[in-house]
Ligand binder design. Structure first.
Ligand SMILES: [Zn+2]
Length: 158
Protein backbone atom coordinates (compact mmCIF):
# COMPACT_ATOMS: atom_id res chain seq x y z
CA UNK A 1 0.00 0.00 0.00
CA UNK A 2 1.20 3.49 -0.83
CA UNK A 3 -0.24 6.95 -0.28
CA UNK A 4 0.09 10.20 -2.23
CA UNK A 5 -0.92 13.83 -1.84
CA UNK A 6 -2.01 16.35 -4.43
CA UNK A 7 -2.64 20.10 -4.36
CA UNK A 8 -3.68 22.56 -7.06
CA UNK A 9 -5.17 26.04 -7.45
CA UNK A 10 -6.38 28.03 -10.47
CA UNK A 11 -7.68 31.61 -10.83
CA UNK A 12 -11.35 32.28 -11.61
CA UNK A 13 -11.85 34.46 -14.69
CA UNK A 14 -14.82 35.54 -16.82
CA UNK A 15 -15.44 33.77 -20.13
CA UNK A 16 -14.35 30.28 -19.07
CA UNK A 17 -16.43 27.19 -18.25
CA UNK A 18 -16.23 26.05 -14.61
CA UNK A 19 -15.38 22.33 -14.53
CA UNK A 20 -14.78 20.51 -11.24
CA UNK A 21 -14.31 16.75 -11.09
CA UNK A 22 -15.44 16.54 -14.72
CA UNK A 23 -18.73 18.27 -13.91
CA UNK A 24 -19.71 21.54 -15.61
CA UNK A 25 -21.08 23.90 -12.96
CA UNK A 26 -23.31 26.80 -14.00
CA UNK A 27 -21.42 29.94 -12.91
CA UNK A 28 -20.49 33.32 -14.41
CA UNK A 29 -16.75 32.57 -14.18
CA UNK A 30 -14.51 29.59 -14.85
CA UNK A 31 -11.01 28.45 -13.93
CA UNK A 32 -8.17 29.65 -16.13
CA UNK A 33 -5.51 27.23 -17.36
CA UNK A 34 -4.10 25.39 -20.36
CA UNK A 35 -6.47 22.39 -20.12
CA UNK A 36 -10.04 22.72 -18.84
CA UNK A 37 -8.31 23.78 -15.56
CA UNK A 38 -10.29 21.21 -13.55
CA UNK A 39 -8.52 21.88 -10.27
CA UNK A 40 -10.11 18.93 -8.45
CA UNK A 41 -9.12 16.38 -11.10
CA UNK A 42 -5.61 17.88 -11.19
CA UNK A 43 -5.19 17.39 -7.43
CA UNK A 44 -6.45 13.78 -7.77
CA UNK A 45 -3.98 13.14 -10.62
CA UNK A 46 -1.08 14.46 -8.54
CA UNK A 47 -2.12 12.35 -5.55
CA UNK A 48 -2.18 9.21 -7.74
CA UNK A 49 1.14 10.00 -9.45
CA UNK A 50 2.65 10.82 -6.05
CA UNK A 51 1.50 7.53 -4.52
CA UNK A 52 3.20 5.65 -7.37
CA UNK A 53 6.26 7.97 -7.29
CA UNK A 54 5.68 8.71 -10.98
CA UNK A 55 6.33 12.46 -10.94
CA UNK A 56 3.67 15.15 -11.21
CA UNK A 57 1.00 16.34 -13.62
CA UNK A 58 3.29 18.97 -15.16
CA UNK A 59 5.93 16.38 -16.07
CA UNK A 60 3.36 14.14 -17.82
CA UNK A 61 1.13 16.80 -19.43
CA UNK A 62 3.16 20.01 -19.84
CA UNK A 63 1.27 23.31 -20.23
CA UNK A 64 1.91 24.79 -23.66
CA UNK A 65 1.66 21.46 -25.49
CA UNK A 66 -0.98 21.85 -28.24
CA UNK A 67 -2.51 18.39 -27.65
CA UNK A 68 -3.47 19.35 -24.09
CA UNK A 69 -5.03 22.75 -24.90
CA UNK A 70 -8.60 22.80 -23.57
CA UNK A 71 -8.52 19.03 -22.99
CA UNK A 72 -10.89 17.46 -20.47
CA UNK A 73 -8.84 16.63 -17.40
CA UNK A 74 -10.81 13.38 -17.11
CA UNK A 75 -8.92 12.26 -20.24
CA UNK A 76 -5.66 13.02 -18.41
CA UNK A 77 -6.92 11.11 -15.36
CA UNK A 78 -7.71 8.12 -17.56
CA UNK A 79 -4.14 8.21 -18.93
CA UNK A 80 -2.77 8.33 -15.40
CA UNK A 81 -4.92 5.36 -14.44
CA UNK A 82 -3.24 3.49 -17.34
CA UNK A 83 0.24 4.54 -16.21
CA UNK A 84 -0.46 3.17 -12.73
CA UNK A 85 -1.98 -0.05 -14.10
CA UNK A 86 1.18 -0.61 -16.20
CA UNK A 87 3.13 -0.66 -12.92
CA UNK A 88 0.61 -3.02 -11.29
CA UNK A 89 -1.08 -0.38 -9.09
CA UNK A 90 -4.78 -0.35 -8.25
CA UNK A 91 -6.60 2.58 -6.63
CA UNK A 92 -7.88 1.79 -3.12
CA UNK A 93 -9.48 5.14 -2.34
CA UNK A 94 -9.33 8.87 -2.92
CA UNK A 95 -10.29 11.65 -0.55
CA UNK A 96 -10.39 15.20 -1.87
CA UNK A 97 -11.38 18.66 -0.64
CA UNK A 98 -12.32 21.56 -2.92
CA UNK A 99 -11.72 24.99 -1.34
CA UNK A 100 -14.08 27.51 -2.94
CA UNK A 101 -15.89 30.59 -1.64
CA UNK A 102 -18.36 30.39 -4.54
CA UNK A 103 -20.32 28.83 -6.16
CA UNK A 104 -22.07 26.40 -3.83
CA UNK A 105 -20.69 22.92 -4.52
CA UNK A 106 -22.82 20.66 -2.34
CA UNK A 107 -25.44 19.78 -4.94
CA UNK A 108 -22.69 18.81 -7.44
CA UNK A 109 -20.49 16.67 -5.17
CA UNK A 110 -22.26 13.43 -6.03
CA UNK A 111 -21.86 13.99 -9.77
CA UNK A 112 -18.14 14.71 -9.27
CA UNK A 113 -17.69 11.43 -7.35
CA UNK A 114 -19.57 9.66 -10.14
CA UNK A 115 -17.34 11.10 -12.90
CA UNK A 116 -14.06 10.51 -11.06
CA UNK A 117 -14.91 6.95 -9.99
CA UNK A 118 -16.21 6.00 -13.46
CA UNK A 119 -13.05 7.36 -15.10
CA UNK A 120 -10.88 5.38 -12.68
CA UNK A 121 -13.01 2.24 -13.05
CA UNK A 122 -13.67 2.01 -9.31
CA UNK A 123 -16.74 2.15 -7.07
CA UNK A 124 -18.20 5.52 -6.14
CA UNK A 125 -17.74 4.50 -2.51
CA UNK A 126 -13.97 4.64 -3.08
CA UNK A 127 -14.05 8.32 -4.04
CA UNK A 128 -14.79 11.05 -1.50
CA UNK A 129 -15.14 14.72 -2.45
CA UNK A 130 -15.71 17.37 0.18
CA UNK A 131 -16.52 21.07 -0.12
CA UNK A 132 -14.80 23.65 2.04
CA UNK A 133 -14.16 27.39 1.98
CA UNK A 134 -11.47 29.77 3.22
CA UNK A 135 -14.05 31.72 5.26
CA UNK A 136 -13.06 34.95 3.55
CA UNK A 137 -9.30 34.60 4.08
CA UNK A 138 -6.88 35.52 1.30
CA UNK A 139 -7.28 35.22 -2.49
CA UNK A 140 -9.42 32.08 -2.34
CA UNK A 141 -11.53 33.75 0.35
CA UNK A 142 -12.10 36.73 -1.96
CA UNK A 143 -13.35 34.33 -4.64
CA UNK A 144 -10.38 34.99 -6.95
CA UNK A 145 -9.73 31.28 -7.45
CA UNK A 146 -10.42 27.73 -6.35
CA UNK A 147 -8.00 25.27 -4.74
CA UNK A 148 -8.19 21.50 -4.24
CA UNK A 149 -6.35 18.94 -2.13
CA UNK A 150 -6.43 15.18 -2.58
CA UNK A 151 -5.01 12.08 -0.95
CA UNK A 152 -4.87 8.73 -2.74
CA UNK A 153 -4.13 5.22 -1.51
CA UNK A 154 -3.03 2.62 -4.06
CA UNK A 155 -2.08 -1.05 -3.73
CA UNK A 156 0.00 -3.43 -5.79
CA UNK A 157 2.09 -6.59 -5.64
CA UNK A 158 5.53 -5.06 -5.58
ZN1 LIG B 1 -4.17 22.49 -12.45
Amino acid sequence: MRTGIGYDAHPLVPGRKLVLGGVHLPFDEGLDGWSDADVLTHAVIDALLGAAALGDIGSHFPSGEPQYKGISSLALLEEVKGKLAEKGWRVVNIDATVVAEKPRLREHIDAMREQLSRTLGIDKGQVSVKASSNNGLGAIGRGEGIAALAVAVIEGEL
